[in-house]
Design a protein around this ligand. Sequence first.
Ligand code: ASP
Ligand code: MG
Length: 269
Amino acid sequence: FGGASVKDASGVKNLLSVLEKVGYKDTLVVVSAMAKTTNALENIIEVYFDNKQSINQNLLELEEFHLKIVDELFENRATKLSQLVHNYFEELKTFFKKNKAKNYSFVYDQVVCYGELLSTTIIHHYFESQGQKSFWLDARECIKTDDYYRSANLNWEQTQSSINSKVKGHQFIITQGFIGSNSNNFTTTLGREGSDYSAAIFAYALNAESVTIWKDVPGVLNGDPRVFKNTELLHQISYREAIELAFYGASVIHPKTLQPLQRKEIPLY
Ligand code: ASP
Ligand code: MG
C-alpha cells in the first residue's frame, strides 16, 4: 500500500475493507509512510543540517498529523497508541540531540524510517481494534543490506533466511516498505518509492502466489495521467515491458520491483 492510499484515516479504513474483500489469510502487507511524511522528514533533516532553526516545530506538526489520524480512527481516544506515536517522536528528538554523525545519508536513513514505523504501528493497532489479529514485523529484521545509505543493496541470502524465520507461524503480517538494516543493525533505505521493491523482496523470499500494489490510480496506464489527457489502462503487460516502463520513468512502478518477481514468475497486480 503506497503512501497516498493511506494518507488519512479513511485511507486506513479502506485498507481494511480491501483486505476484507481479498482475504487476510497467508497475507503479508507492506505499507509506506502516510501521505507526504517522507518528504516532511527529509525537510526536517535538511533544516537540522542547515542548523538555522529548530526542528521541534516541524516534528510537532508531523506528530500532530499522525495523532489526528489516530483520533479519527478510534472513537474513544486510543491512549496507548497515541503514546506509542508520541514515543517515536521522542526517539527522533533524542536521536537528533545525541547525534554526532556528519554523514548526511546515514542520518537520513536513521530518521526517514520513522514514517513507515508510524504508519504500520497505527494500521496494526487499528486492525487489532477491529478484531483482525495481525503480527507487526519490523522489516529491518528481515531486509538485510550493505552500508550504502539511501540506496542500499540487498544481501539476498541473509534476507531470505531472516524472512523465513521471522514470518514462520504467522498468517497475517504487517510490515514496512522501504527500510532495512545493515550488518551493524543501523537502518538503511532502498531508495525513494522503494516500498514496492520491499514487497517484491518479501514475495520472492516467500514464494508468494502474487503481489498486489494498491495505489491511488486504476493501474498501469499508457502515459502519465498528470501529463496526458486520454490515457488508457493497460490490462496486461509482460515483465519486460514493465521493466522498460519503470526504467524510462513510469513512476507507477519502482524499477527494481520487477526483477525478483520475474525470476520466480510471480504475477504483479
Ligand atoms: N515512503 C517512501 C517514499 O516516500 C517509500 C515509498 O513510498 O515507497 O519514498
Ligand atoms: Mg510512496
